[in-house]
Design a protein around this ligand. Sequence first.
Ligand code: EPU
Length: 302
Amino acid sequence: MHISDPKLIGRLAELGVELRTGTRLSEQTSLGIGGTTDLLRITKHESIPDLLQLLDESHVSHKFLGGGSNLLVGDGDLPWVVLQLVPHEPDVVLEGNFAHVDAAADLGRTVTFCAKRDLGGMEGLIGVPGTVGGALRMNAGAYGMQIGSYVREVKLYRAATRKVETLRGHQISFEYRHTSFAPDDMMLAVTLELPSKPYNEILQGIRICNEKRRSSQPLGQKSAGCIFRNPAGASAGRLIDELALKGFSVGDARVSDRHANFFVNAGHASAKDMLALIAYVRERVQKAYGVALDNEVVVWNA
Ligand code: EPU
């Protein structure tokens, strides 16, 4: 979608918004898949309600982009624009055991920054690509931990009330790869409470997780991490592997040889290829085991 309303364009500077026209989302997503649209980069987070009001008045629909690492975006000319936060500097501020973190902060850098100041707990997340806001909205986790356990406060734009609100940790539910946030809520900042731990100990934990990840996941390839949520008591990767689907491809969309729940873009895969591969694998798993796999990856295909 291309923003052409001069009234809207004329107000962007005062709202602290930079317009990048004709952005290729394949360059913004870890899968390297996605068509073209206008990208609005937001520096003044407090102007979000006004910006969204303006977009509404101009009949421009929108989506919120985090780090693009758990996302499958459709091909071609996309029917909505994309909003993305520019992180404030500094993006992490510590106060005792509390870390106040900008939603646009890089997750890995945040974990490392806190670790160096003897704050641990998030060792498992070190190799998970993306932003803190993205991790928060889906309750990212790995190796027995999840970010939701450390959340004490979240500042967000709530689409339902059209306001910036602050929620306390107990007002949010964090489940396995799922939260009570609405799909159109936009994470702005979070306060985490992290346990004190000596840096050396945290580093040890980080090394162990890194090693496990390197030995089981296709880290150097374009992927969106795990495609499906694990069904209760099972591993989607193992189920797909047992059907001998590693290496199975639709075009350049391929089931990873290393971990069968990672689908990689092995060249110039389109969203159409990737969606066809997802549908095929889901059907095979359903037929073989009677298990309906749910997407973990977020799909923007309309
Ligand atoms: N397995 C296979 N073949 C495969 C993949 C896995 O046999 O192709 C077996 C493994 O050998 C192991 C079991 O399945 O015995 C579980 O595998 P793994 O430890 O890799 O865990 P997972 O359940 O497949 C989950 C998360 C990952 C997270 C790891 C480590 C989901 C959907 N996946 O994977 O998260 O990194 O545990 O904690 O919850 C993600 O969310 O994108 C993601 C990659």
